[in-house]
Design a protein around this ligand. Structure first.
Ligand SMILES: Cc1cc2nc3c(=O)[nH]c(=O)nc-3n(C[C@H](O)[C@H](O)[C@H](O)COP(=O)(O)OP(=O)(O)OC[C@H]3O[C@@H](n4cnc5c(N)ncnc54)[C@H](O)[C@@H]3O)c2cc1C
Length: 465
């Protein structure tokens, strides 16, 4: 496609939501361009969350969010099976620590049913401890939510983006939209990588969606970056946390959870703090102290082990208590805003909903019958077979037996493959999200230099573009 060409649809933002939309529309006869400000896909909120595949049991019944989370749960669950996105069906337990919280549990079960989720079970204190023996003292009872699951957010984002590109979407990275010029036939987006033109524009810019919305002349919402900080514990702790331990939600929010991670660790968090700065993804001393005091009460034994990492993500909270998805037919523009704390789960359902809006506006969105198969993603989940464990694979290609990162058991073969993939990483952080290299307890102290040397060697032999 030449730069002056006009795409049928331009999607702004290559997080999970934008990639899911681009993938869905690239599966039709429409030409699609996906523009992303950063140098990589999935480098915004979608890379730093708690990575739960939510059933939607605790959503506000009747909202669009409730509907799309429930639908997204099934869509992403099925897609994960097709593509190899790591998922573990751990289930969750909402634990009541006070009489007030215990009294709230039956109401939460009714709420889950109103959200279409009927598998919750109310359990006594003994059963809570049978399921989570290392829980701190004082649990009065719980609500089991067997469908809640853990998933790899990095692979989800990459799979959707890879699928979109394989279906023919054009991906422009490092292209921040700085201005919008609507016209009678198409809209021109001024980006840091040149102008991009589209008949329809879809704004899935997450934390930047409100600013872009004003470029289209709308003044309907403001994004507040709501920071969530998390602690990650050493892999030795994983057996202590067989399932996701949730707090009973209150007027102050969903509270702090303890969860296994798909990479074999345990995490505690997130905090919830409204900020002004949309780039403030650093962690803070007060956030750390808050999580230590909350987490220690939930599971004291956990805090005898080491915290190996901390991280933070910014929810795109909006002054609106539901998703804000709206099609402006006159401007041929769709806003996909307010996707705060459930967008990993709902992304594919949001894409389906946006396709439906376009269809109602007369855009042909019938699926093509010559689609390529979904991509098969490399497994970076701890529960599945990793390349270094696969004797046949190592025998066929010894690079899968050459470990570069000993904490996370990442091999030279996986690093080579990441750079040879349809969407190669733009930097070491992108490589980390694709392979887990430098993601371990040594923080890259041992493997960082090896990884860089390997990259240089691959560059010299011409194996990298
Ligand atoms: C702490 C925390 C915990 C969470 N836990 C969960 C969970 O357990 N389960 C769940 O389902 N969800 C969870 N979420 C929510 C989920 O992570 C988000 O809803 C989801 O990632 C939003 O995806 P997105 O594509 O809308 O946004 P993003 O991933 O932020 O993508 C938007 C993209 O747009 C780009 N962009 C912005 N402005 C421009 C511009 N002008 N030009 C071009 N590109 C632009 C950005 O660079 C970015 O890459 C959590 C979020 C946080 C912060």
């Amino acid at each position: 496609m030449r730069p002056e060409d006009v795409s049928d649809v331009v999607v702004i933002g290559a997080g999970i939501v934008g990639c899911a939309i681009a993938r869905a529309l690239a599966g039709t006869h429409l030409s699609v361009t996906l523009v992303e400000a950063r140098d990589d896909v999935g480098d915004g909120t979608s890379k730093a969350n708690t990575a739960l595949l939510h059933t939607g049991f605790d959503a506000t019944p009747g909202t669009l969010e409730s509907r799309l989370v429930a639908r997204g749960y099934h869509l992403l669950g099925e897609y994960a099976e097709q593509t190899g996105i790591p998922v573990e069906r751990t289930g969750a337990m909402l634990v009541a620590w006070t009489d007030e919280e215990a009294d709230a549990l039956p109401g939460l079960m009714v709420k889950a049913e109103r959200n279409g989720y009927r598998d919750c079970d109310l359990v006594r204190s003994e059963e809570v401890y049978r399921r989570v023996p290392d829980l701190g003292l004082g649990a009065l009872g719980g609500l089991g939510v067997p469908g809640e699951s853990i998933i790899c957010t990095w692979t989800t984002n990459l799979a959707l983006a890879t699928d979109a590109v394989a279906r023919g979407a054009r991906l422009l990275r490092g292209a921040r939209v700085t201005g919008v010029q609507p016209g009678p036939e198409h809209t021109t987006l001024h980006t840091t990588a040149g102008d991009v033109r589209g008949r329809w524009i879809i704004n899935a810019a997450g934390l930047g969606a409100d600013h872009l919305d004003t470029e289209f002349g709308h003044r309907r919402f403001t994004v507040t970056p709501r920071r969530g900080e998390l602690l990650v514990f050493d892999k030795l702790t994983r057996p202590m946390v067989p399932l996701i331990v949730l707090a009973v939600p209150s007027s102050r929010g969903k509270g702090v959870l303890v969860s296994p991670t798909i990479y074999g660790n345990v995490m505690v968090g997130p905090t919830s703090e409204n900020l002004d700065d949309r780039t403030a993804t650093g962690t803070s001393e007060h956030g750390f102290e808050f999580l230590v005091s909350k987490g220690r009460a939930l599971m004291p034994a956990l805090f005898e082990e080491e915290v190996t990492a901390t991280y933070a993500g910014l929810r795109a909270a909006a002054d609106h208590d539901d998703y804000l998805i709206d099609l402006d037919e006159r401007l041929r523009y769709v806003l996909v805003g307010g996707i705060r704390s459930t967008g990993l789960t709902s992304g594919m359902a949001v894409a389906e909903y946006v396709s439906g809006l376009l269809a109602r506006a007369g855009v042909a969105v019938d699926e093509r019958d010559d689609l390529p198969p979904p991509p098969r993603m490399p497994n970076i989940g701890e529960a599945g077979l990793r390349p270094y464990q696969d004797a046949d694979r190592v025998a066929a290609d010894p690079e899968y037996g050459r470990i570069v990162c000993f904490c996370e058991r990442v091999t030279a073969g996986e690093i080579r493959d990441a750079f040879g993939s349809l969407i190669p990483p733009a930097d070491l952080d992108g490589l980390r999200r694709r392979t887990r290299v430098m993601n371990g307890r040594c923080q890259g102290f041992y493997c960082g230099a090896h990884t860089e040397a390997l990259l240089e060697a691959l560059l010299e032999t011409g194996a990298l573009r």
